[in-house]
Design a protein around this ligand. Structure first.
Ligand code: FE
Ligand code: FE
Length: 169
């Protein structure tokens, strides 16, 4: 049995998150490059730096847990990144593409929020005090990123996208 214990499940969860973060480190520069709005572009660049730290924190979590991170590809993140790439390759109005990029990025953040919430709960159950703190820090940054994206969507980006639509009419 591969998942016999909570320890096994925790190992699986942090391995999955590590793969997700690693894939995101490759995808975020492409999203930053595709974004037109300066704040959105800067937001992606900032979250890239945070994401590198998220991957490092998972390495620290694995260290406390006493088990190396496994080799597993997070298929959910693979799909989310693929959809983002499809969007980038579409022939689109700049502002409309930006609005789409925000939606793609928020899907990623929500996935991570769910994953880190689960991992934190398992770490707490296993009494891994340092891991709980590390996972909590990352979870807070994912939530903050999601909120920043919402604020961007509600302010400049979607208003500009709406304007672009009107100009086309
Ligand atoms: Fe992350
Ligand atoms: Fe994130």
């Amino acid at each position: 049995m591969k998942l016999a214990t909570i320890e096994d499940l925790f190992h699986h969860e942090i391995t999955d998150l590590y793969s997700a973060e690693k894939q995101l480190i490759k995808a975020l520069p492409k999203m930053a490059k595709a974004a037109t709005n300066a704040d959105l572009k800067a937001g992606f660049e900032q979250h890239l730096e945070e994401t590198k730290v998220h991957a490092e924190r998972l390495e620290q979590v694995a260290e406390e847990f006493g088990k190396a991170l496994g080799r597993h590809k997070c298929k959910a993140m693979e799909g989310l990144v693929e959809e983002g790439a499809e969007l980038i390759s579409e022939d689109a109005q700049d502002n409309v593409r930006d609005a789409g990029l925000i939606g793609a990025a928020q899907r990623v953040e929500h996935y991570e929020i769910a994953g880190y919430g689960t991992a934190r709960a398992l770490a707490s159950q296993l009494g891994l005090k340092k891991a709980v703190k590390l996972l909590e820090q990352t979870l807070a940054e994912e939530k903050a990123t999601d909120e920043k994206l919402t604020a961007l969507a509600e302010s400049a980006v979607n208003a500009e996208a709406g304007q672009a639509g009107k100009e086309q009419e």
